[in-house]
Design a binder for this molecule. Structure first.
Ligand code: FA5
Length: 359
């Protein structure tokens, strides 16, 4: 019978000397595999006399368990050592400069929209919204625009196929239908702005078939043109970040305001490609405005004797073009990444409006 003690110390010595998991596996197969030295000894137990088996059985089983435990322990040791070695060699050099990453930027229209919202939020205006596909009734009729008004002509308005319920829709031609939606759902005092997309059949360097407007509406008792003038003035000072501005009001006509005014702001365009606000001999058109027509108030269920209102609607794209020196409105919507990298804003830039509102 093989000397169990010397076989055990021989195998344990081999296990300790195994330098990697492959060597350790070879030792395991040679000892405990099907034809391994310990397995062969265990097979012999069957042929032994009962007395012999009584003494040899526990010894051989002990040998098998001791070798098995030693292999498992060495395996863990080797795995730990391998991990340790990897951690030492595979270090990350945190002092390396990062690879440049392509960063997205904020579109100038989105930037201007955020700026305008911030300014009006300071003045206590809420933001109201309406759909791009609007009822003909809200876009025109309730705003006192009769069916034969030129704004309804096919060459101005994108019409949408008639609906099954008989209602007719258009792509809204201005943000003014949000006035109607607001007044139908809310009673005075009302103080809202509504920036958004608008659509007209129009296309050249200063006209786009899809463009943006910002609408403002205030309805309360005793509202007059002075309130409108103050609001437009404060808004322009904050938006163009200048302290001194000069506004000019021109009489105009909109079916939904009476009286109606268009506002111009003094500017200097004597240097080619440049526009300076606040002084100079030129005027810059901002948009339309007026006191809400009593018929519009009545159409929306508001008593026109008790309440008055003012409203204005300015072209947001034009304002962005002027503030940030962008010459062609069509470039806003061409999705040219080089253009966006040039005119876009860093994503986390908070609008800096140094001109601010006068307190
Ligand atoms: C209106 O749309 C009125 N709803 C404004 C208004 C609101 C008046 C509230 C009174 C009370 P107008 O059609 O003038 O008005 O358009 C307003 C501004 O939208 C224009 O001054 C211009 O800046 C801009 N705009 C109009 N058409 C286009 C276009 N095709 N592309 C880009 N901007 C446009």
């Amino acid at each position: 019978m093989t000397d169990i003690a010397s076989l055990q110390s021989d195998i344990l010595a081999q296990i300790l000397a195994a330098g990697d998991e492959t060597a350790l596996e070879a030792i395991r197969v040679a000892a405990l595999g099907k034809k391994g030295s310990i397995s062969e000894l265990l097979k012999m137990l069957g042929a032994m006399s009962p007395d012999e088996r009584k003494t040899q059985g526990p010894l051989l089983n002990g040998l098998r368990d001791c070798v098995g435990d030693a292999i498992a322990a060495r395996k863990t040791q080797l795995a730990d050592a391998a991990l340790e070695a990897r951690l030492k060699t595979e270090t990350v050099d945190v002092s390396l400069p990062p690879r440049p990453e392509l960063q997205g930027s904020v579109h100038p229209i989105a930037q201007v929209l955020d700026e305008i919202t911030a300014i009006f939020a300071d003045m206590g205006f809420a933001v109201a919204e309406g759909p791009d596909v609007e009822y003909d009734d809200y876009n025109f009729t309730k705003l006192n625009i009769p069916p034969d008004h030129p704004a309804r002509q096919m060459q101005d308005t994108f019409y949408v196929a008639p609906q099954t319920d008989g209602s007719s829709h258009v792509l809204r031609t201005h943000t003014s239908p949000v006035q109607v939606r607001t007044m139908l759902n809310q009673k005075p005092p009302i103080r809202i702005i509504s920036p958004g997309r608008t659509y007209r059949v129009d296309s050249d360097a200063t006209h786009s078939p899809m463009f943006h407007q910002v609408e403002a509406l205030v309805v309360d008792e005793g509202i007059h043109l002075g309130h409108l003038k103050w609001t437009v003035e404060e808004f322009c000072k904050a938006f163009f970040e200048i302290d001194e501005i000069e506004l000019r009001a021109r009489p105009s006509f909109f079916p939904f305001t009476e009286p109606s005014l268009e506002w111009d702001m003094r500017c200097d365009r004597s240097v080619p490609g440049k526009i300076i606000f606040g002084h100079g001999n030129d005027w810059l058109e901002l948009g339309g405005s007026g006191l809400v027509h009593p018929r519009v108030l009545a159409n929306c269920g508001i008593d026109p004797v008790r309440y008055q209102g003012f409203a204005f609607g300015f072209g947001l794209d034009r304002m962005a073009m002027l503030k940030y020196g962008i010459p062609d409105i069509r470039s806003f919507f061409e999705s040219d990444l080089r253009w966006l990298r040039h005119y876009g804003f860093a994503a986390l830039d908070i609008p800096t409006l140094d001109g601010g509102l006068s307190k």
